[in-house]
Every structure is written in structure tokens, then in C-alpha cells.
Design a protein around this ligand. Sequence first.
Ligand code: TYD
Length: 134
Amino acid sequence: MVNKCKIINLPKITDPRGNLTFIEGGKHIDFDIKRVYYLYDVPGGAERGGHAHKELQQLIIAIAGSFDIVLDDGYKKKRFHLNRSYYGLYICPMVWRELENFSSGSVCMVLASILYDESDYYRDYEDFLMSVRS
Ligand code: TYD
């Protein structure tokens, strides 16, 4: 599963007035965007994530600043460093994620394939492991 998660290089229109990046659902990412949320004002040393999802697919973008995402499918772990507004990390279902090392002023934007649904979460790592290994 971790091998299906990858950095997507998004379009970048460079312009002396400022650069522009856009994302079209079903084109730059394989899913239709049902929800957008963002993390900001993250205090130094804080960690986010700490869960996996049954169905949810996501594209995570460091809109400002940088942070690390550690993905874990129960067998293999992979660390990604996001530090460009035109890179998106695609995360497929059934992957545990931890977000850490947020730089000051960073903003993490998430495009999500389904609406918020607490029953889609694995919040307990042991439950997640049992589920992927069964
Ligand atoms: P959570 O997904 O655990 O945050 P993160 O993975 O970014 O650390 O969500 C934190 C809280 O916010 C939790 O109480 C659920 C709520 N929440 C919503 O109500 N809607 C949403 O779309 C999201 C992502 C979270």
C-alpha cells in the first residue's frame, strides 16, 4: 500500500507576478474532491495524524512551509518531506500516517475523496495492524 502512495507533481504556472498551481479532481488526482481541510497555526514540535482510513483517499499539500509525513501500511514505512506548494502526496486507503516536523507558519492542505466520517477512521494502531494483517 505504501508503494501506491506517491508525490504528484502539480501544474505550476510561473509568472513574475507570482506562481499559480491548480488541481482538477479526476485529472491530477484520480478521485473527485468531496472535502477540503487545512491545518495551520501548528505549534513547534506538535504532531498530527496518528490514524488510518478504511476508504478515504487524500492528497496532502504543503501550501506554505514544510513538514514530514510518515506512512506505514503495517509492513513498510516511508517518510516524505513536503516543502513545495506544487507537490501533493497521494495517500490511498489503509495507510497509517503521522505528520511531524512542521516548520513555523506552515499550512497543510488536504483534499479528500469523502466527507468527514468518524467510522472511516482507525485511531488505534493495534486495531489497524490487526486489520491489515488478518
Ligand atoms: P483528525 O482527523 O484527527 O485530525 P488530524 O489527522 O489532522 O490530526 O481530526 C481532528 C478533529 O477534527 C476530530 O475531532 C474530527 C474533526 N474533524 C472534522 O470535524 N472534520 C474534518 O473534516 C476533519 C478532518 C476533522
